[in-house]
Design a binder for this molecule. Sequence first.
Ligand code: FE2
Length: 429
Amino acid sequence: MDASKPMLVRDASLVDGRRHQDVLVQGGRIAAIGTRLAAPDGARVIEAGGMLLSPPFVDAHFHMDATLSHGLPRVNASGTLLEGIALWSELKPALTQRSLVERALQYCDWAVAKGLLAIRTHVDVCDDRLLAVEALLQVRKTVAPYLDLQLVAFPQDGLLRAPNALANLTRALDMGVDVVGGIPHFERTMADGAESVRVLCELAAARGLRVDMHCDETDDPLSRHIETLAFHTQRLGLHGRVTGSHLTSMHSMDNYYVGKLLPLMREAQVHAIANPLINITLQGRVDTYPKRRGMTRVPELMAAGINVAFGHDCVMDPWYSLGSADMLEVAQMGLHVAQMTSQAQMRACFDAVTVNPARLMGLAGYGIEVGNHADFVLLQARDPVEAIRLRANRLLVVRRGAIVASAPAATATLNLPGRPQSVDWTLRR
Ligand code: FE2
């Protein structure tokens, strides 16, 4: 990593549609954007060749304490959310700090290689030893030069349902965890769920922290904790600092009720996170046919002016045995499940794995603008839609002006009479 040298990226396409742009980097920040910029003496010059220079991918919903634990101590046979939670409880006593750190660091390597440079991860606080909290605090420090890691204190087994959960969560915040988490639909009753939301929002308000709750991750149309979350956000003045994650029950809610709910979320400036890969596989498990898609109402939330991000949630853990830190895979699944196929909607799906999660995480200096951090990804695609279509190769990943990952262009050699000798999958215009 050599950030001291200036860098000039030549002839890039940008997400907003500008083409043939040069981006000059000096001192780890973007110094200029324009056409035909001069390269300073000693600058590293990158020829983008019209490819897309994107801000880095951001995953605002992940579980790094569980990642890459697939098969430990066994695989999830039913594939359900509840067996996943039970399996995680079986695994917890066997966790060691070393194994937690090693798995998390391996995942961060995968993330960087995929241009994913900011992750908000939930960390389970229901184990009295708080091993995972200690491990991920250590990982946050280790990866800080190349990846922004934000931690959420997450009472996986229920704030009121699990013994010591509130005390452990408070300890985790004292240790330096960034965000207050919750899981109201997993409490014993709807009333307990609502009470957990009140307690956690007041805790966050008292400490000046953000909130991100697993909220209504169920097929039950009457699971309405998002309404309570929006209410306390508004009551406590937490506008813009609160996120509802999953919100899957919304797919089954009564349309009239949703017509009331969305303006309440908008009023409180509550952010929403859908996790398309996980929602489409975990929800609707007790349905016969027709079978529900399981994801929240993404286009309707966006149309109501609510900031929506797509999260990865799980990679090779008790809940999901696939995944590779590829936020373009997440965007592609979200696009399909939500049927967001217009050009504008597909671009909105790209935003849902870049600028939207950056906004809800409060990332400073994010985006390809003069004065911002020189953090970006050169994709082997010419625009955001093509990037999603191809799950585009990450040619170059830059953090604070230094190249932190690179990959050769994806191509195939052809041996066909009268045809070119190689092929890539971009569409030349
Ligand atoms: Fe989650």
